[in-house]
Design a binder for this molecule. Structure first.
Ligand code: UD1
Ligand code: UDP
Length: 387
């Protein structure tokens, strides 16, 4: 550990409960280091990086390489104005232990060399957890963007990642009032928690004029009405028997309306093996860039998904969202949005009702979730830079 980081570590240890002290490391001129590695991280980080940049804060971007295909990674940097990563650790894929271990080794080396004043982590992926563990043991303050979400389903790797990260971090930035409540219930001191809104929605609203549904329809040759689908949760795409059942249901939906599905690499082999494309109205695509994907969603009749972020984006776009999961860590998308948890057998009937205008999925609450107003990144930057 460098002398500078040892000094910071000592200082941090004297006031471990004090988030204000953690944030004040910015004043020393040590960089804020953003750690990102998987598709949803990039969408959440873009407005935070931009808002800190506008305040002249010194920062660096560490890409872990958890996602590495152009369509899972580089396209987001090109489209969202993220700076080129200062380093790409190139960690890649593996089992949870292999991937998390490789992430930790790479991040420890990187943090030791860079002596960050603050490490900023996003969401709930393995890169988030690994960065939290490494930074905590190097006594580097940590801010977690999208803290406090809970599905209460420990079978999901993301739930383990979220819970551990929130216990380690000095500053918790929450996207919903429920998240603030979960952190309080878990004993996170209130002064560490800030309800700031949702940076993923900043990105959506900041790009709203770029989502031209007519142009996308023409370019991809899409029909006037279609359902957009995405699946990548292990519970849905890892077990061949489950995959076969879901493919059967998607084909039943395709019997009534075209289904357009950009296929996440995780499920590609199993879905192909189960004959996903063997239906004339199933349109399979590679993963789309952010602008094309959100445009696809915006122009759709409904979305079938198991994505976390897509539940939030459909809430703001007002598109009915059928989430193929037994639970969600984002219940605000049900109470204030268009989201509905479903089992596969419900899909054909619900799509039929949505098409007939019998149900929209919209909540009875007129307002969108509080503070999902496009300014979360600025609030986060304000809290980080002003303390
Ligand atoms: C990860 C996150 C998940 C998040 C998702 C977003 C964890 C534990 N999971 O899941 O929470 O919702 O990202 O998309 O962190 N692959 C490629 N190319 C890539 C990346 C992955 O082909 O660029 C394939 C590899 O076969 C890999 C598999 O996808 O084994 C899974 O990738 P991984 O990052 O381990 O998990 P995801 O399922 O993508
Ligand atoms: N997304 C994208 N292209 C796609 C599918 C999704 O750009 O083909 C975007 C989507 O709009 C959202 C983010 O990726 O911003 C969500 O990522 P993902 O579903 O992979 O992860 P999760 O949110 O479930 O963790």
């Amino acid at each position: 550990m460098s002398a500078a980081s040892a000094e910071r570590a000592a200082k941090h240890n004297t006031a471990p409960e004090n988030a204000v002290a953690a944030a004040s490391f910015a004043a020393e001129g040590a960089p804020f280091v953003h750690v990102m590695g998987a598709r949803p991280n990039f969408v959440k980080a873009a407005p935070v990086v931009a808002a800190l940049d506008a305040r002249g804060v010194r920062q660096a971007v560490v890409h872990t390489g958890q996602h590495y295909d152009d369509r899972m990674s580089a396209v987001f940097f090109r489209e969202l104005g993220l700076p080129r990563p200062d380093v790409d650790l190139g960690v890649g894929s593996g089992s949870h232990a292999e991937q998390t271990a490789a992430l930790m080794v790479g991040l420890e080396r990187e943090f030791t060399a860079r002596s960050p004043g603050l490490v900023i982590v996003y969401g709930d992926v393995n890169s988030t957890l690994a960065a939290g563990l490494v930074a905590a043991k190097l006594h580097i303050p940590i801010a977690h963007v999208e803290a406090g979400l809970r599905s209460f389903d420990r079978s999901m790797p993301e739930e383990v990642n979220r819970r551990v990260t929130d216990q380690l971090c000095d500053l918790c930035f929450a996207t919903s009032p429920e998240a603030v409540g979960h952190l309080a219930n878990e004993g996170v001191p209130v002064e560490r928690v800030h309800f700031v809104g949702n940076p993923m929605i900043d990105t959506l609203l900041g790009n709203i004029d770029r989502f031209d549904t007519d142009a996308l329809r023409a370019r991809l040759g899409l029909p006037a009405a279609y359902v957009a689908a995405t699946l990548h949760r292990p519970a849905n795409v890892d077990d061949p028997a489950v995959v076969a059942r879901l493919v059967g249901r998607l084909h039943e939906v395709a019997d009534q309306v075209d289904v357009v599905m950009p296929v996440h690499p995780r499920g590609r082999a199993a879905l192909n093996e189960a004959g996903l494309g063997d239906h004339p109205r199933m349109r399979l695509l590679d993963p789309l860039g952010y602008i094309d994907f959100v445009t696809l969603v915006r122009g759709s009749t409904a979305v079938i998904t198991d994505s976390g972020g897509v539940q939030e984006e459909t809430t703001i776009l007002g598109v009915p969202c059928l989430t193929l999961r037994p639970n969600t860590e984002r219940p605000v998308t049900i109470t204030h949005g268009t989201n509905r948890l479903v089992v596969d057998s419900e899909l054909p009937g619900l799509i039929s009702k949505i098409r007939a205008g019998e149900t929209s999925g919209a909540a009875t609450v007129a307002d969108v979730p509080p503070l999902w107003d496009g300014h979360a990144g600025e609030r986060i930057a304000g809290i980080l830079a002003d303390q």
